[in-house]
Design a protein around this ligand. Structure first.
Ligand code: NDP
Ligand code: MG
Length: 388
């Protein structure tokens, strides 16, 4: 395999740092061309020293000044802001762009990379939730492969190798259920972020950890899967699988089901996306049946975990509704992390925002950007008015 030159967007995050660990293990296969971070100047400076990328991009103004100063004597170029991010991903020296920024903030750099024909490894699911139809259209037009990094979508992608897309009957996304599996509203009403951040199987960034606790993550993943694999809404199902060993399944038109399995470790789907279409050797711990006597599956409790229901509604409604859902969710998750809203109230605010915002059936990019802005403003206003 020729050496791939990587742009790792969000290199200071959970996915970004694990991607760099894969580079460490396979220096002959990967080199680092671009790194990006938002506020974690110290880690970005350390990464720049170690990997000597051509350039780093910092999106937070204060962190930019710190990084700029620290790297002033080095060969690493330092740029500020999202416009710079959109430019560097298009450089000729970039072969593969790993989209590992969290949230809506990752949308435009991914689109810009697609525009330039770069292969994408996509962790940033919010990109497809907000603008899946437009993003996939652009990718098809530019003949750009989008390789999923999200473990469920990587599982489905792997199950589909060698299969025809028109032989898919349905896909089944597995969900661990998060730290509050089996809990009821009378318990959830009092939970705080420290508890919500304690995921039983995965160690992830703060936003996705809260999304896992509310099951919004699975809702976002349904929408992500719809666009990524070109599915009808009815073809997408969710099952709770607390052990997180079966990462997702595809059922074909003859009733046969394929599953992809392994220990819950994001390094595996990250490595798969980075190396695709190759599979490369590694020394990650292996799954052993004897350590898992029972693998269990159950229906999600959508009455308690209303976010999954709201996301399903948004998926069926389509248009700008998933964008509105996502924006309201980013606002409430941020508020929850700052102890400004209760666990259950997050769903109330998302629901009210979805009811309030004007529906657009076929939004263009400008309309999606406007929907995102309006939904955020409305959700913020609800937070303030209700004094949660
Ligand atoms: P983290 O919060 O750990 O990292 C987020 C990264 O994005 C950091 O590098 C951060 O920079 C950067 N960032 C944050 N805000 C902005 C912004 N406004 N503009 C530009 N960059 C920004 O997140 P994760 O790594 O957990 O998740 C990244 C994406 O991958 C998410 O979309 C998530 O849903 C998805 N994903 C994550 C999984 C996981 O296991 N973590 C599993 C599956 C999907 P800084 O740290 O410098 O502030
Ligand atoms: Mg996932």
């Amino acid at each position: 395999m020729a050496q791939k030159r990587l742009a790792i967007l969000g290199s200071t995050g959970s996915i970004g740092t694990q991607a760099l660990a894969i580079v460490d293990a396979h220096p002959q296969l990967f080199s680092v061309e671009i790194l990006s971070a938002h506020s974690n100047a110290a880690l970005l400076i350390e990464q720049a020293g170690k990997y000597q990328p051509n350039a780093v991009v910092v999106t937070d103004a204060k962190a930019y000044e710190t990084v700029k100063q620290a790297l002033s004597g080095s060969n690493v170029k330092v740029f500020e802001g999202h416009n710079a991010l959109n430019e560097v991903v298009q450089w000729d020296t970039v072969d593969f762009v790993l989209g590992a920024i969290v949230g809506y903030a990752g949308l435009h750099s991914t689109l810009s990379a697609i525009e330039a024909g770069k292969t994408i490894g996509l962790a940033n699911k919010e990109t497809l939730v907000v603008a899946g139809e437009l993003v996939m259209q652009k990718a098809a037009e530019k003949r750009v492969p989008i390789i999923p990094v999200d473990s469920e979508h990587s599982a489905i992608f792997q199950c589909l190798a060698g299969e025809r897309m028109d032989t898919i009957e349905k896909i089944i996304l597995t969900a661990s259920g998060g730290p509050f599996l089996g809990k009821k509203p009378n318990f959830l009403v009092n939970v705080k972020k420290a508890h919500a951040l304690q995921h039983p199987n995965w160690s992830m960034g703060a936003k996705i950890s809260i999304d896992s606790a509310t099951l919004m993550n699975k809702g976002l993943e349904m929408i992500e899967a719809k666009w990524l694999f070109g599915l009808q809404n009815e073809q997408i199902e969710v099952v709770i699988h607390p052990q997180s060993i079966v990462h997702s399944l595809v059922q074909f038109t003859d009733g046969s089901i394929k599953a992809q399995m392994g220990l819950p470790d994001m390094k595996l789907p990250i490595q798969y996306a980075m190396a695709f279409p190759q599979r490369i050797q590694n020394d990650f711990p292996r799954f052993q049946f004897k350590n898992y006597g029972t693998l269990t599956f159950e229906d999600p409790d959508i009455k308690t975990f209303r976010n999954l229901q709201l996301a399903t509604q948004a998926m069926y409604k389509s248009g700008n509704m998933p964008c509105v859902l996502n924006a309201a969710n980013e606002v409430v998750v941020n508020a929850f992390i700052n102890n400004k809203v209760g666990f259950l109230e997050m769903s109330d605010i998302i629901e009210q925002t979805m009811e309030q915002l004007p529906f657009i059936e076929k939004p263009n990019m400008e309309e999606l950007i406007a929907s995102d802005t309006e939904a955020r403003a409305y959700a913020e206003q609800l937070l303030q008015n209700n004094d949660y």
